[in-house]
Design a protein around this ligand. Structure first.
Ligand SMILES: [Zn+2]
Ligand SMILES: [Zn+2]
Length: 147
Protein backbone atom coordinates (compact mmCIF):
# COMPACT_ATOMS: atom_id res chain seq x y z
CA UNK A 1 0.00 0.00 0.00
CA UNK A 2 1.42 3.35 -1.00
CA UNK A 3 1.25 6.34 1.30
CA UNK A 4 -0.41 9.59 0.28
CA UNK A 5 2.78 11.32 -0.82
CA UNK A 6 3.76 8.38 -3.02
CA UNK A 7 0.33 8.48 -4.64
CA UNK A 8 0.71 12.18 -5.32
CA UNK A 9 4.25 11.77 -6.69
CA UNK A 10 3.03 8.96 -8.90
CA UNK A 11 0.17 11.17 -10.11
CA UNK A 12 2.58 14.01 -10.95
CA UNK A 13 4.84 11.63 -12.87
CA UNK A 14 1.92 10.24 -14.84
CA UNK A 15 0.66 13.74 -15.66
CA UNK A 16 4.07 14.66 -17.02
CA UNK A 17 4.28 11.47 -19.05
CA UNK A 18 0.86 12.21 -20.54
CA UNK A 19 1.69 15.84 -21.28
CA UNK A 20 -0.81 17.11 -18.74
CA UNK A 21 0.15 20.20 -16.76
CA UNK A 22 0.26 19.73 -13.01
CA UNK A 23 -1.82 22.52 -11.47
CA UNK A 24 -2.61 23.00 -7.76
CA UNK A 25 -6.28 22.50 -8.60
CA UNK A 26 -5.61 19.17 -10.27
CA UNK A 27 -3.56 18.04 -7.31
CA UNK A 28 -6.23 19.01 -4.81
CA UNK A 29 -8.92 17.23 -6.85
CA UNK A 30 -6.75 14.13 -7.01
CA UNK A 31 -6.15 14.33 -3.24
CA UNK A 32 -9.88 14.59 -2.59
CA UNK A 33 -10.38 11.42 -4.62
CA UNK A 34 -7.68 9.66 -2.62
CA UNK A 35 -8.89 10.82 0.79
CA UNK A 36 -11.51 8.14 1.21
CA UNK A 37 -12.81 6.10 -1.63
CA UNK A 38 -16.53 6.73 -1.33
CA UNK A 39 -16.80 6.40 -5.12
CA UNK A 40 -17.90 10.02 -5.25
CA UNK A 41 -20.12 11.68 -7.81
CA UNK A 42 -18.86 14.95 -9.36
CA UNK A 43 -21.09 16.79 -6.87
CA UNK A 44 -19.48 15.05 -3.94
CA UNK A 45 -15.96 15.86 -5.19
CA UNK A 46 -16.99 19.47 -5.74
CA UNK A 47 -18.39 19.79 -2.21
CA UNK A 48 -15.13 18.41 -0.80
CA UNK A 49 -12.87 20.65 -2.93
CA UNK A 50 -14.86 23.77 -2.17
CA UNK A 51 -13.86 23.57 1.50
CA UNK A 52 -10.24 24.38 0.63
CA UNK A 53 -10.76 26.13 -2.70
CA UNK A 54 -13.87 28.27 -2.32
CA UNK A 55 -13.37 29.87 -5.71
CA UNK A 56 -13.27 26.72 -7.79
CA UNK A 57 -16.21 26.22 -10.16
CA UNK A 58 -18.22 23.06 -10.61
CA UNK A 59 -17.36 23.11 -14.33
CA UNK A 60 -13.63 22.97 -13.51
CA UNK A 61 -14.09 20.02 -11.17
CA UNK A 62 -16.31 18.26 -13.68
CA UNK A 63 -13.88 18.79 -16.57
CA UNK A 64 -10.93 17.70 -14.45
CA UNK A 65 -12.69 14.47 -13.52
CA UNK A 66 -13.41 13.80 -17.20
CA UNK A 67 -9.73 14.43 -17.99
CA UNK A 68 -8.58 12.11 -15.19
CA UNK A 69 -10.86 9.41 -16.53
CA UNK A 70 -9.51 9.78 -20.08
CA UNK A 71 -5.97 9.49 -18.71
CA UNK A 72 -6.90 6.33 -16.79
CA UNK A 73 -6.26 7.89 -13.35
CA UNK A 74 -9.78 7.09 -12.25
CA UNK A 75 -12.57 4.87 -13.49
CA UNK A 76 -16.27 5.33 -13.81
CA UNK A 77 -18.23 2.83 -11.81
CA UNK A 78 -20.90 1.25 -14.02
CA UNK A 79 -23.63 3.87 -14.16
CA UNK A 80 -25.91 3.33 -11.22
CA UNK A 81 -28.59 5.48 -9.75
CA UNK A 82 -28.43 7.65 -12.89
CA UNK A 83 -25.33 9.50 -11.81
CA UNK A 84 -21.65 9.03 -12.57
CA UNK A 85 -19.53 7.75 -9.70
CA UNK A 86 -15.75 7.80 -9.84
CA UNK A 87 -13.33 5.23 -8.46
CA UNK A 88 -9.70 5.96 -7.64
CA UNK A 89 -9.01 2.22 -7.60
CA UNK A 90 -8.38 1.29 -11.21
CA UNK A 91 -7.30 -2.31 -10.62
CA UNK A 92 -9.94 -4.97 -11.04
CA UNK A 93 -12.18 -5.30 -7.99
CA UNK A 94 -15.83 -5.73 -7.13
CA UNK A 95 -18.46 -3.56 -5.50
CA UNK A 96 -21.20 -3.83 -2.95
CA UNK A 97 -23.85 -1.37 -4.07
CA UNK A 98 -26.62 -0.39 -1.71
CA UNK A 99 -29.81 -0.11 -3.78
CA UNK A 100 -31.37 2.21 -1.17
CA UNK A 101 -28.75 4.89 -0.48
CA UNK A 102 -26.32 4.29 -3.36
CA UNK A 103 -23.31 3.64 -1.13
CA UNK A 104 -20.57 1.79 -3.01
CA UNK A 105 -18.01 -0.30 -1.12
CA UNK A 106 -14.91 -1.97 -2.58
CA UNK A 107 -14.45 -5.67 -2.08
CA UNK A 108 -12.05 -8.07 -3.65
CA UNK A 109 -12.82 -11.66 -4.44
CA UNK A 110 -9.68 -13.12 -6.01
CA UNK A 111 -11.48 -15.57 -8.31
CA UNK A 112 -13.71 -12.80 -9.68
CA UNK A 113 -10.78 -10.54 -10.44
CA UNK A 114 -9.23 -13.07 -12.79
CA UNK A 115 -11.96 -14.89 -14.64
CA UNK A 116 -10.92 -16.69 -17.80
CA UNK A 117 -13.70 -16.28 -20.26
CA UNK A 118 -13.96 -18.58 -23.24
CA UNK A 119 -13.45 -16.49 -26.42
CA UNK A 120 -16.50 -18.22 -27.92
CA UNK A 121 -18.65 -16.65 -25.23
CA UNK A 122 -17.21 -13.26 -26.11
CA UNK A 123 -18.31 -13.74 -29.74
CA UNK A 124 -15.12 -12.22 -31.15
CA UNK A 125 -15.58 -9.08 -29.11
CA UNK A 126 -12.40 -7.73 -27.57
CA UNK A 127 -12.85 -7.75 -23.81
CA UNK A 128 -11.53 -4.58 -22.22
CA UNK A 129 -12.88 -4.80 -18.75
CA UNK A 130 -15.75 -6.11 -16.69
CA UNK A 131 -17.63 -5.00 -13.63
CA UNK A 132 -19.18 -7.14 -10.97
CA UNK A 133 -21.53 -5.40 -8.60
CA UNK A 134 -23.46 -7.00 -5.79
CA UNK A 135 -26.71 -5.20 -5.14
CA UNK A 136 -27.30 -5.04 -1.42
CA UNK A 137 -29.20 -3.22 1.28
CA UNK A 138 -26.53 -1.84 3.58
CA UNK A 139 -26.60 -2.23 7.33
CA UNK A 140 -27.71 1.35 7.95
CA UNK A 141 -30.55 1.10 5.45
CA UNK A 142 -31.64 -2.22 6.98
CA UNK A 143 -31.87 -0.52 10.37
CA UNK A 144 -33.96 2.29 8.89
CA UNK A 145 -36.26 -0.28 7.30
CA UNK A 146 -36.83 -2.03 10.60
CA UNK A 147 -37.80 1.16 12.40
ZN1 LIG B 1 -27.72 1.98 2.18
ZN1 LIG C 1 -14.26 0.56 -6.30
Amino acid sequence: MQNLQQHIDNFITRCKENGLSVTPQRISIYKALLANNLHPSPDMVYAEIKKENPNISFATVYKTLETFEKQGFIKKVTPLHNTVRYDIVTENHQHLVCVKCGKITDIEIEELSRINIDPKILQNNLLLDYNINFNVICEECQKKQNN
